[in-house]
Design a protein around this ligand. Structure first.
Ligand code: ZN
Length: 411
């Protein structure tokens, strides 16, 4: 199969992309528009990119909002209460059915790489076992990384350390953590040392829910970054949320950035979730409750956007469309300058792939997997401005999803 009349990010002109089975076989310049042969795909002067990435989601909790009760206040704490009620009703099949339904929603919007956090603070590890089956059963749709995520803490939850070790032994790909939720500062620090040891010993990646609070005294990011720096593991380590950074004073943050850059760790921000859940203890002026996305990016560090929740006790909306999160994030983070808009898709493609450590399994380049999207616009700016879509998603050289845009008839 070939894709003709394609635009590529960062390159001038039109391109012809030849796919050979499940690989990209050749990319050549096209002097002019051509008509597509039977069996080929016509990008019609629009962008062809590697698939979108969802780097931070909780597939074991999605599609549960309102069951049995809605989160009426919209706060993180009522979300935890409502989830405790729903968690009591969770079964193996229930987890698998909701996760697969959500994966279909992600696939419909051009996502083919997903990192999901799965709650392992459960002596039966039921959700984890269900998600490991889902990872196998959806391989034709997505590449799924599973994070062993201790929702109720590693040190503060009975048997927390053992459950983390068991989760990795069962097949989790990534070690998680939640240091700011542990009962004491000391437990937060020791939880990070424990999870970094576990990852180093087992070769897992690391992705920690880190400082997801407006508390300017929540400073576990420096601990995670220093552990990563000393062990030389930075490129394999991710700090998710780090929303407290939005409340740090500038003098501390300036010192912190020196360490963050040396550590080489990655960052994930979930802008729709954080603007909804944070700032809840403020009157006015009211904080946005996000990490310093633009500043991290400008400092040359790697940051990407994730959805976090889809219709769960913490966030009632979402439809799988990461472009919606990108648009919101660019607004919330003051990133509508033209230089940012021109490369805005980095935040849901290349930067996210680097966070997930996908390496040569990702990218529109000869010899890489024939996984790509045809978008509805010729460049990043037009994708955002027109609220564009992934029109076609190709995986292993075959069409996985095709979207027909709505037609408008004018009188
Ligand atoms: Zn999360």
């Amino acid at each position: 199969m070939n894709i003709v009349n394609a635009r590529l990010r960062g390159r001038e002109g039109l391109f012809h992309i030849a796919l050979d089975g499940s690989q990209i076989a050749a990319i050549s310049e096209q002097p002019a528009m051509v008509s597509a042969s039977a069996g080929d795909l016509d990008a019609a002067n629009n962008l062809v990119v590697a698939p979108f990435v969802e780097p931070h989601i909780h597939l074991d909790a999605t599609l549960t909002a309102g069951e049995p009760a809605w989160n009426m206040s919209g706060t993180l704490f009522e979300g935890i209460e409502r989830w405790a009620e729903r968690k009591a009703l969770v079964t193996h099949e229930d987890t698998k059915t909701r996760a697969k339904k959500t994966i279909d929603m992600l696939v419909d919007h051009g996502i083919q790489h997903v990192r999901t956090h799965v709650d392992v603070t459960d002596p039966t590890l039921a959700a984890l076992k269900a998600m490991i089956e889902v990872r196998e059963e959806t391989r034709h749709l997505i590449d799924l990384q599973i994070v062993a995520f201790p929702q109720e803490g590693i040190e503060s939850y009975a048997g927390g350390r053992t459950l983390m070790e068991q989760a990795v032994a069962l097949g989790a790909d990534v070690v998680g953590g939640i240091p700011h939720f542990e009962n004491t500062r000391d437990q937060g620090v020791s939880s990070i040392k424990f999870l970094m040891d576990l990852a180093e010993r087992t070769g897992c990646l690391v992705d920690v829910h880190c400082d997801e609070t407006d508390d300017p005294q929540s400073r576990f990011l420096e601990v995670l970054a220093e552990e990563a720096r000393v062990r030389g593991m930075g490129e394999r380590v991710t700090a998710s949320h780090t929303t407290a950074m939005g409340s740090y004073d500038n003098a501390y943050c300036s010192k912190l950035f020196r360490l963050l850059k040396q550590s080489k760790i990655n960052f994930i921000s979930c802008p729709t979730e954080s603007i909804h859940l944070q700032g809840r203890f403020d009157n006015y002026p009211k904080r946005r409750g996000l990490t310093r996305v633009a500043e991290i990016d400008r400092a040359g560090m790697n940051i990407c956007f994730g959805q976090d929740s889809i219709v769960d006790p913490w966030y009632p909306l979402g439809n799988g469309n990461i472009l919606r999160v990108l648009e919101a994030g660019l607004h919330i983070c003051h990133m509508l300058g033209y230089e940012d808009l021109k490369r805005s898709l980095d935040l849901i493609t290349d930067n996210s792939a680097r966070t997930l450590h996908l390496g040569e399994r990702y990218g529109v380049e000869v010899g890489r997997p024939a996984n790509l999207l045809i978008l509805s616009a010729p460049d990043d700016y037009e994708m955002i401005r027109t609220q564009g879509y992934a029109l076609v998603s190709v995986r292993n050289g075959e069409v996985l999803m095709r979207r027909t845009p709505a037609q408008i008839e004018r009188a």
